[in-house]
Design a protein around this ligand. Structure first.
Ligand code: SAH
Length: 228
């Protein structure tokens, strides 16, 4: 057999293996209550294993969060699916994600809606995510900055999604939300519980709804210096 054939087979073999594990992940997501067919289809297609260190790639489709380095974590598939479902339902024109992390949630969003923007405070994570998303041809705009300030130059947004937990909502974010738009965020209560919360803006009033208990890393202040 030609070496090029072997390479081709090996590559295809790997692809088929991860397709089977992705299909199993998606069956589990449906069992866990994810109903949006587009979200399920996109997550069945996209390579989650490329968003973690190679040493963890074999665990990429398990029902678990995984370390990204810098004390950060890639959320469980069901959490990414749930957030994606909440965003997709709004049929937004423009989305701002705070906490790019690995870029996996950004990738899924970019396949569901247009106008995805994402901000990450750790430059090394931003750079890695930017490379991955570019190589997959994902149409998202990324930036290394403190997401608590939003992205004034790209506002207004129909959805702002936080993938890190805030204890209070930065007012800059609410100002960058369209009338009727929603902010979806893990919010911490005074006794340390975290709730996935949807805040809808109606003019100057905010309607807040707790959706489900969650566990996220904290939204931190400032941009990390250097590239780690
Ligand atoms: N959605 C990510 C998971 C990210 S974990 C994924 O799919 O991989 C949360 C991320 O939020 C971390 O990368 C962390 O560095 C980032 N973060 C925390 N505070 C932030 C802030 N103020 N601005 C921007 N990003 C922030």
């Amino acid at each position: 057999m030609l070496a090029s054939d072997m390479t081709h087979r090996a590559r295809r073999g790997r692809g088929m293996t991860s397709q089977r594990t992705r299909d199993r992940m998606v069956e589990r997501l449906a069992d866990q209550g994810i109903v949006d067919e587009r979200v399920l289809a996109v997550m069945a297609e996209e390579p989650r294993h490329l968003f973690v260190d190679e040493a963890l790639a074999h665990r990429a489709y398990e029902d678990t969060s995984l370390p990204l380095g810098f004390g950060q974590t890639l959320s469980r598939p069901v959490t990414v699916a749930r957030m994606s479902e909440l965003v997709h339902r709004e049929a937004p024109g423009r989305v701002l994600e705070l906490g790019t992390g690995s870029g996996y949630q950004t990738l899924i969003l970019s396949r569901l809606v247009s106008g995805v923007h994402s901000v990450e405070r750790i430059p090394a994570l931003y750079q890695r995510a930017a490379r991955r998303l570019e190589s997959l041809g994902a149409p998202a705009r990324l930036r290394a900055a403190d997401g608590r300030r939003g992205w004034p130059g790209a506002a207004i947004f129909d959805v702002i999604l936080l993938t890190a937990c805030a204890s209070a909502l930065p007012s800059a974010l609410l100002e960058q939300l369209s009338d009727g738009g929603v902010l979806i965020a893990p919010l911490a209560t005074a006794d340390g519980e975290q709730w996935l919360t949807r805040v809808r803006r109606h003019g100057h009033t905010l309607e807040q709804q707790r959706l489900e208990p969650v566990r996220f890393v904290p939204l931190l202040e400032g941009v990390v210096q250097g590239t780690g």
